[in-house]
Design a protein around this ligand. Structure first.
Ligand code: AMP
Length: 436
């Protein structure tokens, strides 16, 4: 009974509707700031092209297995952060939490490595992780990333790091540092893992609950912990660089010397392991001091086993991803965002109802000729229309005033110097000549 009453109240009384808020950890990108996003996307597209990377777009959701099989069961992403649901066909689906696994799935499925043994790809889009929202951390966020598949050589690690640096600098970020480490080959890592397990097992009383859990499943992830309780044990932990086999050491030395030659500065950071299981050899992270707690703007590394794990032939690969929200936060703080004030070419002002058809016709002609044109859809006074034209930053107003229309003309007003002239309103070419 109570339900029936409230339902009928809602139906009959529009004031009962409550505003529905967006989902926690998601943000709307409003027209005022969408220009910043376009700026970054255009810039990154053109830089990616310069490096010879082609764009790849994949679906926003994948079969859950794509991420389960690759990212690692003991990672936060798989354990706590994935948006996973069973769809109506009883299939487990996940909103993509990162791109590398999805991109590799697409490369393997479409036989791209058979067409070209080197695939250089970039992407830009939304990703989803159920994390605790805070500054620079959202549940839907955006990443740009680039992946180079097919080359085992250190030149490709260096190309990816150089590209990442180039993008960040071109966007206007200063004061960032590149942290670099090697996780070595599978064999080096296995040896290191044993040593690390021995070490942390002797320190369990000094570890956080999370790290104690990780000790059994993935001790390397303890090095990633931001919990202050773990800091002392991590500071004295054995470092992977002491466990690299010859092949791993040679690869890392080559990466460093290429970077040195290119004049790219980096800090060797032996605790850097990155959150995902599929990395090997080179890993890197780019940090920016302006970001506070979430100070990583991007990162990546080599993943030589991932393509095989997803059913492809064994193929070495390296890549990185960068967070666009964090990038924009830095640019906003630096004051280096481009102005996003847009302008239009023409605003058509109509004094009299009966001339609206004329203004519609003129607007169509101008738009077809490539001129951005607006007219008043609210039937406002001429004064209000002029105010609207100023708000929209119109370059010209075309005014259908009663007396001009009687003479077959309209008034063209240049908004930058207020100069006015009359032109026949049916002579589109003449109007175009004046405003181009
Ligand atoms: P990852 O895929 O975890 O290596 O992240 C690469 C980059 O994406 C990070 O350095 C951040 O800039 C960004 N990022 C990752 N997670 C989030 C998030 N929850 N909210 C905003 N940006 C994120």
């Amino acid at each position: 009974m109570a339900n029936t009453i409230s339902a009928s109240l809602t139906l009959n009384n529009p004031f009962i509707f409550i505003m529905i808020q967006s989902v926690k950890g998601t943000k709307d990108i409003l027209p005022d700031s969408v220009g910043y996003w376009n700026f970054i996307e255009d810039l990154f597209r053109s830089i990616s092209q310069k490096y010879g990377y082609g764009e790849l777009r994949t679906p926003i959701f994948e079969k859950t297995e794509v991420f389960h099989r690759t990212i690692g069961e003991a990672t936060d992403i798989v354990n706590k952060e994935m948006y996973t649901f069973i769809d109506k066909g009883n299939e487990s689906i996940t909103l993509r939490p990162e791109m590398t696994a999805a991109l590799v799935r697409a490369v393997v499925q479409n036989g791209m490595m058979n067409q070209n043994p080197l695939q250089k790809l970039w992407y830009f889009g939304p990703f989803f992780r159920y994390e605790r929202p805070q500054k620079g951390r959202q549940r839907q966020f955006h990443q740009y990333g680039a992946e180079c598949l097919g080359s085992p050589n250190p030149e490709s690690d260096v190309e990816i790091i150089t590209l990442a640096k180039d993008l960040i600098e071109s966007a206007g970020v200063r004061n960032f540092k590149i942290l670099l480490n090697s996780l070595g080959s599978k064999a080096s890592r296995a040896q290191y893992r044993d040593e690390l397990t021995r070490y942390f097992s002797s320190k369990t009383s000094e570890l956080s609950d999370d790290s104690r859990t990780r000790l059994g499943s993935n001790p390397l992830r303890i090095l990633d912990s931001k919990d202050p309780k773990d800091a002392a044990a991590i500071a004295h932990a054995p470092v992977i660089l002491d466990f690299l086999d010859e092949e791993s050491r040679n690869h890392f030395d080559a990466v460093k010397s290429f970077l040195d030659t290119a004049g790219i500065e980096y800090e060797i950071t032996p605790q850097l392991v990155r959150g995902l299981d599929y990395y090997c050899h080179t890993v890197f992270e780019i940090q920016c001091e302006h970001l506070g707690a979430q100070n990583a703007i991007g990162g990546g590394g080599r993943y030589n086993d991932l393509i095989e794990q997803l059913g492809g032939k064994p193929t070495p690969a390296v890549g990185f991803a960068m967070g666009i929200e964090r990038l924009l936060l830095i640019l906003e703080q630096n004051g280096s965002l481009p102005t996003s004030r847009q302008s239009i070419d023409v605003y058509i002002i109509t004094q009299n109802e009966k001339h609206r058809l004329l203004s519609q016709k003129l607007a169509s002609g101008l738009r077809k000729a490539g001129i951005s044109t607006q007219l008043d859809l609210l039937r406002r006074s001429m004064k209000a229309q002029i105010r609207d034209a100023n708000r929209l930053n119109a370059r010209f107003c075309l005014i259908f005033g009663d007396s001009e229309v009687e003479r077959g003309c309209l008034t063209l007003k240049n908004m930058s110097d207020s100069e006015q002239k009359e032109i026949p309103f049916d002579n589109l070419d003449l109007i175009l000549n004046e405003i181009r």
